[in-house]
Design a binder for this molecule. Structure first.
Ligand code: DC
Length: 203
């Protein structure tokens, strides 16, 4: 069984994907980490994520970079978002994601284009979203000391770039279930996600 979980930054999709993987006993891939590895690689070598050739070279990263705590920062998220707009970067990371999705027994993948591009035949697809304000609030709580307005502006910039790009833009697949977590606790969102997936696989 393949479960695709897509959605914008800080929507709760990562937490939901992890909970689904635990509940259905499936391996999970946070595909954002692959793009973040490219972003961190670029920033560390002083290169511009807008430079397509540099971004493609940065796709040859050592896997241990994905465990570096710096990869979680919003600066790396923005660099990842910029680098991910290059079609050649998406192509370089495609096989790894498809292979993970197609492994025997199934998998959960979370990202922006899992239901639309990486695993269009997924058994269940969730599009997890929340208002920009709710997402900024969550980030502000996680990253104490950063202003709410700055976080909200970053989230809006990333939404616009991820949804507006030509290559595999962030969008809800036609056959995905929408899960708006704006007014839900984490537990309620996870319970709703499990119910949506179970309803899909029973069909
Ligand atoms: O989910 P995240 O915040 O870790 O993702 C970082 C950036 O990587 C995101 O802004 C856009 C890009 N990304 C993508 O283009 N496609 C994916 N499947 C996952 C992430």
């Amino acid at each position: 069984m393949i479960i695709a979980v897509d959605g914008p930054a800080a929507s709760g999709k990562g937490t939901i994907a992890k909970a689904l993987a635990a509940y259905f006993d499936l391996p999970m891939l946070d595909t954002g980490l692959l793009y973040r590895a490219v972003g961190l690689n670029l920033l560390r070598s002083g290169q511009d994520p807008a430079d397509e050739a540099a971004a493609v070279t940065a796709c040859s990263f050592a896997d241990d970079i994905m465990a570096d705590p710096a990869i979680r920062s919003e600066a790396v998220g923005q660099a990842a978002s910029q680098a991910s707009a290059h079609p050649a970067v998406r192509a370089a990371l495609l096989k790894r994601q498809r292979d993970f999705a197609k492994q025997a027994g199934g998998a959960v993948l979370d990202g922006r284009d899992i239901g639309t591009v990486i695993a269009p035949d997924a058994d269940a697809k969730l599009f997890v979203t929340a208002s920009p304000e709710a997402r900024a609030n969550r980030r502000a709580k996680e990253e104490g000391g950063v202003s709410f307005d700055a976080i909200l502006a970053d989230i809006r910039a990333r939404d616009e770039r991820d949804s507006g790009r030509g290559a595999a833009p962030l969008r809800q697949a036609e056959d995905a279930d929408l899960l708006d977590t704006t007014d839900l606790t984490i537990d309620a969102a996870v319970q709703r996600a499990i119910a949506l997936v179970e309803a899909r696989i029973r069909r």
